[in-house]
Ligand binder design. Structure first.
Ligand SMILES: C[S@@+](CC[C@H](N)C(=O)[O-])C[C@H]1O[C@@H](n2cnc3c(N)ncnc32)[C@H](O)[C@@H]1O
Length: 242
């Protein structure tokens, strides 16, 4: 299945710009679920990959993060970086945004952040980049840190199965029609032996299904059988819908 190249994604989101915020009608319920379960009140250093217009970051900075917490967002689109920088300006210098080349290899130090956030970005990345980025999350997260992901996923109800089926069909015809995003599942790129699933749900809104996954790096003392401490994908499947 063909995904957008980095250059195609940059060009698309440079054009799409502020219109990204119109996706709130299906994103917000899932983002609320993520926010509720990621203990942002205890966060000290948040990194966001593909921050878009900065809408999610602004909510975190206004309502969730302690005043001492720092935020660093990156995006491959200069339009998005401009919009997010302007939006987060009241929180500078502890909130910063940078334009990146789209590489899944990050210019972050080992164990330098305690929240790695990416919403509606993994679902547009090719599979090798998804896996590379997850490996980078493992490298840059501090022990006990949280990987916080959200993206479109296959449907879980009759209406969402239909809507997500149509979405996938549109994607296969022309990825540009759906912003380069296709339904994906985190279990396809999160290795069970390296991550403990802290929370997982699928939220549907207007037939669009979003998967929310919060995972923490497996500590060396965790179960050696790769059992995810009883909290792997199979045990953590839950669904809610509107
Ligand atoms: C569907 S939008 C989601 C934006 C935002 N996270 C949200 O939830 O509203 C995808 C974003 O990922 C960015 N993006 C796509 N590929 C990227 C890459 N390889 N590196 C960094 N950002 C990327 C796009 O420019 C765009 O801002």
């Amino acid at each position: 299945m063909r995904t957008l190249t980095t250059e195609e994604a940059r060009s698309y989101y440079d054009r799409f710009g502020a219109k990204q915020d119109s996706q709130a009608f299906y994103e917000d319920r899932a983002l609320e679920a993520l926010t509720e379960h990621a203990a942002f009140a205890e966060a000290r250093s948040v990194f966001e990959f593909g921050c878009g217009t900065g809408r999610f970051a602004l909510g975190l900075l206004q309502h969730r993060l302690p005043d001492t917490a720092s935020y660093f967002g990156t995006d491959v689109s200069s339009t998005m970086v401009r919009l997010a920088t302007r939006r987060l300006a009241p929180f500078a210098p502890r909130a910063t945004v940078a334009l990146v080349d789209g590489s899944p290899v990050l210019a972050l130090k080992d164990a330098s952040v305690d929240r790695f956030v990416s919403t509606y970005v993994f679902d547009l990345l090719p599979a090798p980049a998804q896996r590379q980025l997850v490996a980078e999350a493992l490298r840059v997260l501090q022990p006990g840190g949280l990987l916080c992901l959200c993206g479109i996923t296959p449907g879980v109800t009759a209406s969402s199965r239909f809507v997500m089926g149509v979405w996938r069909w549109l994607f296969t015809r022309n990825p540009d029609w759906v912003g380069g995003c296709r339904p994906t599942s985190a279990e396809d790129y999160l290795p069970a032996e390296a991550w403990r699933i802290h929370y997982r749900t699928v939220v549907t809104a207007w037939g669009v299904a979003s998967e929310v996954v919060i995972a923490t790096p497996m500590s060396p003392s965790s179960s050696p059988d790769g059992g995810n401490g009883g909290a792997g994908f199979s045990q953590s499947r839950r669904a809610s819908s509107t």
